[in-house]
Structures are given as C-alpha cells and as structure tokens.
Design a protein around this ligand. Structure first.
Ligand SMILES: NC(=O)c1ccc[n+]([C@@H]2O[C@H](COP(=O)([O-])OP(=O)(O)OC[C@H]3O[C@@H](n4cnc5c(N)ncnc54)[C@H](OP(=O)(O)O)[C@@H]3O)[C@@H](O)[C@H]2O)c1
Length: 283
C-alpha cells in the first residue's frame, strides 16, 4: 500500500537526502522548508508522488496551518521526520516571542505531531523520527523550561535538543502504538554550521570541530535514518534514543526523572495552548 512521509526541514542536509531516498523507494513525500528556491531544487530530485510546502516552521501559527493543510489532504500518514533546526550566535525571537532555535527544533515539532497524531495512528506501522542530539550529557531542570526570557540562543538550542529526548520518552508512554526515535547524528557533513552568521572565532571553532570529528557524508547518514524509518534497525524498534552508529542510547538518570519529563511536556502544552493553537489535550 502507498505510504506517506512528511519531512520537516527537507530543503537541505539530512532532511533533503532522506526525502529523496524515501521518494526513490515509493513513499509519497511531503517536504517542508522555508526556502522557495531550495524547495524547487528538491522537487526536481523527488520521484513519484510528492508535494513541497514553503513555510517558516519557527512560527507555531504557521506550523499549525501547515499541519492542518496536510490533514485535509492526507487521510493517513505513515512517517513524520523532523530535521528543521538552525544555529545562531545572537539571541533572536520569533514574532510570537519564542527564542528562535527552541521554537524551530522543539516547540514546532511538538505542535506538528499533536495535530497530525490521529492520521498517524491510522497507519499500520506509524513512526516519528526527531533528528536532534539525543543523549547529550546534560539534563534539564524545572528552571530551564519554559526558557527564561534572558536565555541566549546557545541555551535555547541546547534546551531544545534536550527537550526532544524528554519528549520522545513521554510520547512513547502516552502513545505506545506509534514508534518514536530521537537521533543523534554525531557530525554529518551538511551546511548547518556554515549557515551560522559567524565571526572569526566561531568559524575557527567550527572548522576545528569538523577536522577532529571527521563528519560522515549526508548520504551515508540518511541511509541509516531510512533504515530506522522502515523498521529495519532492530535497536531503534526497541529503544527511543539512537546514536550516530544506529545503536540505542541508555537513558541517563536525568532523563529518567519522571517529574521533569512531565514538567516539560505540560509546560510545552501550556505554551502552545496560550497561543490557542492546540484545542484539546489530544496528546
Ligand atoms: N549535521 C550535523 O553534524 C548535526 C549534528 C548534530 C545534530 N544535528 C541535527 O540534525 C538535524 C538536521 O541538521 P542538518 O545538519 O541536516 O541541518 P541543515 O542542513 O541546515 O538542514 C536543516 C533544515 O531545516 C530547515 N529549516 C531551518 N529553519 C527552518 C524553519 N524556520 N522553517 C522551515 N525549515 C527550516 C533548513 O532550511 P534552509 O535550507 O532554509 O536552511 C534545512 O532544510 C538538526 O536538528 C540538527 O540539530 C546535525
């Protein structure tokens, strides 16, 4: 049967390559990105049935509109892959008042999945994949979330990446019929670091990091994302957090803290409800 995959952040990097591979193996692909020219390039590389949607997914109101639009066109969704993210040096806020990196790499994902959950549950093998930075050696505390107004973009980005881990754990408890994985790609050769508006010091640090870590190619990494999506990676079928080698990551004590898991979930839901974007607690 025909399968539909939604890739958020499909105009570049891991998302783009994964969207191309999924279309090659027969998925109907809906690729979402913010850049029109890049989406046109993507469209030339997608095969079979596909759709591209230009949208700024750092905005929760836009995220809700896009998810609703998808819901109207696709009765069943089999796979959602989130890769949208940005690295910033200076704090920037969205027009909705959220720190921009956290809004992109976490808040938007939470809302998008919530709106599409019912159509995902119609799939015989539904799956969500968040490409983030699973298993970072830090934990979140109550005071980290909601993110304080004064928080830097670095803090916002880190909290967003960590919140993906807590989200994956809570989501799998709430919705055991939907498989969810949060991935840590390690270092992959994409443009994410090059897009950072940078100064001399930052670009030197980025170059040094790349020299030491020797990034893997985006094609190779995207193959492993597709394996997970297709249920071929048995560890990813059993474990939520997955490292760059496709192996399961053991949950740290911090991540096992149920009070923090619940706090982050509830606070995220509240932030979204405050914007009147989530009508019911359907998650
Ligand atoms: N690459 C790595 O080494 C690495 C390491 C650790 C974690 N990760 C994680 O892996 C994920 C994918 O990263 P990547 O390396 O593939 O990055 P990338 O090449 O920069 O791709 C990110 C994608 O997200 C899109 N995007 C960003 N902001 C958006 C917005 N507001 N609305 C819609 N789309 C937006 C980008 O659009 P544009 O094309 O317009 O920029 C791009 O298509 C991220 O979550 C990242 O944190 C990557």
């Amino acid at each position: 049967m025909e399968k539909t995959a939604i890739v958020v952040g499909a105009s570049d990097g891991i998302g783009k390559q994964t969207a191309i591979e999924l279309s090659k193996i027969g998925y109907t692909v809906v690729g979402i990105g913010r850049n029109k020219a890049k989406l046109s390039q993507l469209a030339k590389q997608l095969q079979g049935k596909f759709e591209t949607i230009q949208a700024d997914m750092s905005l929760l109101s836009t995220t809700a509109q896009v998810a609703t639009q998808i819901l109207e066109h696709y009765a069943q969704i089999d796979l959602i892959i989130h890769t949208a993210d940005v690295l910033l040096i200076k704090r920037q806020e969205t027009s909705e008042g959220h720190e921009l990196t956290l809004a992109t790499n976490y808040l938007s994902r939470f809302l998008f999945n919530a709106i599409l959950l019912d159509s995902l549950k119609k799939s015989p093998a539904p799956r969500i994949i968040h490409v983030a930075a699973a298993g970072m050696p830090f934990k979140l505390n109550v005071k980290d979330f909601p993110l304080p107004q004064s928080a830097s973009s670095f803090k916002g980005h880190t909290v967003g990446q960590l919140a993906n881990d807590y989200y994956g754990i809570m989501f799998s408890l709430k919705h055991p019929t939907v498989k969810i994985n949060v991935l840590n790609p390690g270092m992959v050769n994409t443009n994410i670091r090059k897009k950072t508006e940078s100064n001399f010091l930052v670009s030197m640090v980025m170059k040094m990091m790349e020299r030491i870590a020797k990034p893997v190619g985006v094609e190779a990494y995207s193959h492993s994302v597709v394996d997970i999506a297709l249920g071929k990676n048995q560890e990813a079928n059993r474990t939520i957090l997955i490292n760059s080698k496709g192996k399961g990551i053991k949950l740290s004590k911090g991540l096992q803290n149920t009070a923090i898991q619940e706090h982050i979930w509830e606070q995220t839901e509240q932030l979204i409800k405050d914007q009147k974007l989530l009508k019911t607690t359907n998650q």
